[in-house]
Design a protein. Structure first.
Length: 333
């Protein structure tokens, strides 16, 4: 004896489908949607609102659709296309084709349906008016405003002013900026620092030929930050370079400089302080190679020379002492 799957269902909401056309079983959702020319989600939405009925099938509720319901819906849609959406036909409503007001608020009226039976809410070109900004005719300047960066209320005189242009009227007007001046300066310095780091090694020698003046201008701000109140200037350091003839103060070796180079070479030019406690001030700085500057570290000039003399004395003592040759190794085995 063959038992149907429909008779095995014990769920209360599962019911056997009624008789179908030509004895065909209900169709699955995918196949029914294919016949209707829609996706499965659309078919499920239709069945949820009652456009097309469905039957529950199986132990696990599964929506299936009868062929006669599908044919009835296809016939209704075909009749609607022929009568309602035919060229020159109007939408059939109880009121006919009434006049309605444009949804943009302009106050103009027009027929609800066009010549093809399509429903309209706006006049042609009026649908973009809802997205246009509103015109502020009067604007009162506040006495204080919250900064978008520090999230603190500041007086309005601590904010800059920006010029804005209305997209509707085309007029220009002034508004306070969203950041206070301190926050804008901080962000500007951070952006300039990122730009300098990203531009290392990308200097075009044709646009910026290497020169000692450019080398000083790129590093002068860093030296001034290390010594508050520093009196160093670009002209002073360029004259100091020319007075040393481009040679190291300690070794008299020629120095080199490459604009935009991130890592210095041993013979690269660097600015050294004769007395580290004196800072970067006039009369206390000299040009030296990076190698000599690294060897000197935080020593004053006299201590640096004394250290070099001790090194040379030690080297001479080692060279004048007799060298003892160690005895050869004897194999005891």
């Amino acid at each position: 004896m063959t038992v149907s799957r429909l008779s095995l269902s014990s769920q209360p909401h599962v019911a056997a489908p009624p008789a179908t056309v030509a004895g065909l079983a209900p169709l699955r959702a995918a196949r029914a949607a294919n016949q209707l020319g829609v996706v499965v989600d659309t078919l499920r939405s239709w069945s949820r609102v009652g456009v097309i009925p469905y039957v529950s099938f199986g132990v696990r509720p599964e929506r299936r659709y009868r062929q006669e319901d599908i044919d009835e819906l296809l016939a209704a849609r075909s009749e609607r296309r022929q009568t309602v959406f035919a060229p020159g036909a109007l939408q059939t409503t109880p009121e006919g084709n009434p006049l309605v007001l444009c949804a943009c608020g302009c106050g103009e009226s027009f027929p609800r349906f066009d010549g093809k039976g399509r429903s309209r809410w706006f006049l042609s070109g009026h649908q973009n008016r809802l997205h246009r900004p509103k015109v502020i005719e009067t604007y009162e300047w506040p006495t204080e405003k919250n900064c978008s960066a520090c999230h603190t209320a500041h007086p309005i005189d601590r904010f800059g002013v920006r010029v804005m242009r209305s997209k509707v009227t085309g007029q220009s007007y002034l508004r306070p900026r969203s950041l206070c001046r301190e926050a804008e300066n901080t962000r500007g310095k951070a952006a300039a620092k990122r730009h300098r780091i990203a531009s290392y090694g990308k200097v075009n020698p044709r646009q910026h030929p290497p020169s000692i003046r450019r080398h000083v201008q790129e590093r002068l701000s860093g030296w001034r930050k290390k010594t508050p109140g520093s009196d160093l200037t670009t002209d002073y350091l360029v004259e100091l370079w020319e007075a040393q003839d481009g040679r190291c103060h300690y070794t008299a070796l020629p120095m080199t400089f490459e604009p935009g180079r991130r890592y210095a070479r041993p013979d690269s030019a660097s600015l050294d302080r004769l007395d580290p406690a004196g800072g970067y001030m006039r009369g206390n700085v000299v040009w030296a190679t990076c190698l000599a500057n690294t060897m000197k570290r935080d020593l004053v000039e006299s201590d640096f020379y004394a250290t070099i003399e001790r090194i040379l004395t030690r080297r001479n003592a080692r060279s004048s002492a007799p060298q003892t040759v160690p005895p050869p190794l004897v194999n005891v085995s």
